[in-house]
Ligand binder design. Structure first.
Ligand SMILES: [Zn+2]
Length: 430
């Protein structure tokens, strides 16, 4: 069983907890000293970093949300001066609630280390050719995959997403052994291969690492049979790193979280009380090795269960179950996190008011589609068809620009949908 960092990945529970306590203590000291937001909220609950006696004491600290991060835009959550930051990313195309994530040189190294562990666990090594079909851009994403793959000595093809036919040609000609992408892009590639009459047996492809959007066991078997790969899940958060925060080992029985970098908790999203292992709730993560942008108790919005039982692969770090849905605040569409608020703000900018709306998400031809239904009201009633059409076009442009990809917009009669329900997710993940 290959490990990238056996000493860390297989350390005893006792050693993990000791290491977590030390790293957490150092992180709390640093954020208390350097980040006004943390200093303020720690003082509010009367907690000084030196009060930390055990890892469980973290429960005495308040949660942090994405809204807190954007309130401190651009640099107020940084725990190091800008001169120590070597990379800046954003979390999404959401310019209404923007978040900037900074990385020091060590943070970039940590990200590569986490991905090196992930790639090694699923059998990728020096001789492999890794085709990274995730979008390279300002959003954190494939850079850690590239760093990790280069660290283990594999050959990287940073092709980015899109251009499926070209990807298939490159996959064949460059003899790619590993595909890293969203499941949607992977299904698109499978379809392109079928259209081009490329037999997967004629390719060198063996490993598929898929993430950035929820996907099901059905999709896994579909991808495995159509691409002839072993498909494993990799989970990431743009606010922390891209893929590599948690990942499946070959047991495919939960995703290991590197506990020397993160403390994972699961809470009841309503009562905010911690839940025991095995119970489903919202994942809360604390980073304990990040320098530039440490996060204490970030509510991820992702629903999962945590499992501390030993894994057959030999790794001792805890596992989270695969993530199928988020709490209602954030939805993942086309691999990007969006919130109904973002869409509501875009509608308000166009209409000058806040008509009722509903987001309908479907999956057609393996790709996510988003329809925004906007209720006709006094705010957006036009007796001239031409004016109404122009209004819909304007909405379409504004929302598409906000989210970074094309959406469909339809004006509907009142009563078409329940105005209390702002999201209707009709995709099937199971
Ligand atoms: Zn395992």
């Amino acid at each position: 069983m290959p490990y990238w960092n056996e000493r860390i990945e297989c350390m005893t529970r006792q050693d993990i907890e000791q290491l977590q306590l030390e790293n957490l203590q150092a992180t709390l000291n640093r954020v208390y000293k350097n980040v006004r937001h943390y200093r303020k909220v720690f003082r509010k609950v009367d907690f000084m970093p030196e009060d930390l006696q055990s890892v469980e004491d973290i429960r005495k600290l308040p949660f942090i949300t994405r809204r807190d991060l954007s309130r401190n835009y651009p640099y107020d959550m940084f725990a190091v001066p800008l001169r120590e930051v070597v990379r800046l990313h954003t979390a999404s195309f959401n310019f209404d609630d923007p978040v900037v994530i900074g990385f020091t040189e060590n943070d970039i190294r940590s990200w590569a280390e986490l991905m090196a562990r992930n790639l090694t666990a699923v059998g990728v090594g020096k001789d492999d050719v890794v085709q990274i079909a995730l979008t390279f851009g300002i959003i954190t994403g494939p850079f850690g995959v590239q760093g990790g793959a280069e660290k283990i000595g594999a050959s990287v093809i940073p092709i980015s997403a899109g251009r499926l036919y070209q990807q298939v040609k490159i996959m064949r000609d460059f003899r790619s052994t590993t595909l890293v992408s969203t499941p949607t892009v992977a299904l698109g590639l499978a379809r392109a291969m079928e259209e081009m009459n490329v037999d997967p047996n004629s390719l060198a492809l063996k490993h598929g690492l898929f993430g950035s959007e929820p996907w099901s066991e059905n999709t896994r078997s579909d991808l495995e049979s159509r691409l002839h790969v072993t498909a494993t899940d990799t989970y990431g958060l743009t606010e922390i790193f891209g893929p590599g925060v948690a990942w499946e080992c070959p047991e495919k029985n939960g995703l290991h979280i590197s506990e020397d970098h993160f403390i994972a908790e699961v809470i009841d999203p309503e009562t905010l009380e911690p839940l025991p292992p095995g119970e489903q709730g919202e994942l809360v993560l604390t980073t304990i090795a990040k320098e530039a942008f440490p996060l204490i108790r970030l509510r991820t919005g992702d629903m999962t269960r945590i499992d501390y039982s030993p894994c057959a692969c030999g790794r001792t770090h805890c596992r989270i179950s695969r993530i199928f849905k988020r709490t209602d605040e954030v939805i993942v569409v086309k691999g990007t996190s969006i919130t109904p608020e973002q869409v509501g703000q875009a509608i308000a900018r166009v209409s000058g008011g806040q008509p009722n709306f509903q987001l309908v998400i479907t999956r057609e031809e393996d790709a996510d589609q988003l329809l925004v239904m906007v209720e006709i009201s006094d705010i957006n009633f036009f007796d001239e068809m031409k004016k109404q059409r122009r209004f819909v076009e304007w909405l379409h442009r504004e929302i598409s620009e906000t989210l970074g990809w094309e959406v469909a917009v339809r004006l509907v009669e009142p009563g078409t949908f329940d105005p209390q329900k702002r999201v209707r997710d009709e995709r099937r993940f199971i």
